[in-house]
Design a protein around this ligand. Sequence first.
Ligand SMILES: [Fe+2]
Ligand SMILES: [Fe+2]
Length: 262
Amino acid sequence: MLSAKSLFQEILDNDASFRLFCSIAASGEAQGGWENGRIAALVPQSQRALAPKIARHGADEDKHGRIFHALMRKRGLEPVPVPPDTDYTMLLERNGIGLTHDKLKADRPLTVDDIVTYLAHSRVTEQRASEQMRLLLRLFGDHQDIGRAVRMISHDEDNHLAYCHEELLRLAYAGHGRAIQRILRECALAEIRIYRDVSLAVMAHMGRVLRWSRARNALLALGIHALYVWERAVGWRRMVTLEMPERRDALGGPAPKAAEFA
Ligand SMILES: [Fe+2]
Ligand SMILES: [Fe+2]
């Protein structure tokens, strides 16, 4: 039977697919880390209280990248180049979602509108990250090495999502509500499309590495398309709501010293 658990188990058990999976994940995390680091450095004066939280957000993503590298190292594996069609973060940026890398590379301070854009983009992508890590945690929470890594990353992604909700609500009360709703909607609709395309690409690459049958490839593609149909019809709405999180100031204070893999 084809289940999410058996699918991931197969990817984990094979060195070549495990290396590809970790390389793709590490590269996305590292890009997120870089983006947040640049945004923290360019925060406008009026939002400067956010700078340490954005820096912490970036530091967390960098740490996640190192964790995926450490998981490969533990198995004596080297990272492989990430196929461009699986590069979720880059594809989002290319599709005009979030802040452009040109803007982040320039040394001009961002505007409050840019901060709204960054937070709305993060609210959507952190929802995805949080859900994916919760799935992995459910499937592999008991696994020796993977379980520990996944538990740490999942906790962080939940914090990132809580922080986005809280800060966006603050900006909504400050008069940015309409812009926030518009950007959230744009981001969510683009993200579900890119997520579908990246999922199809990742599964095609995995299928080649693991020599899956055509029937299996077709079944997986069908599942990915079905998820998209659901997300396009109703699921996207879960990505655009704002609720005050139970855990306030999730990224306040210094990063807790976690026993690192790296
Ligand atoms: Fe992350
Ligand atoms: Fe995150």
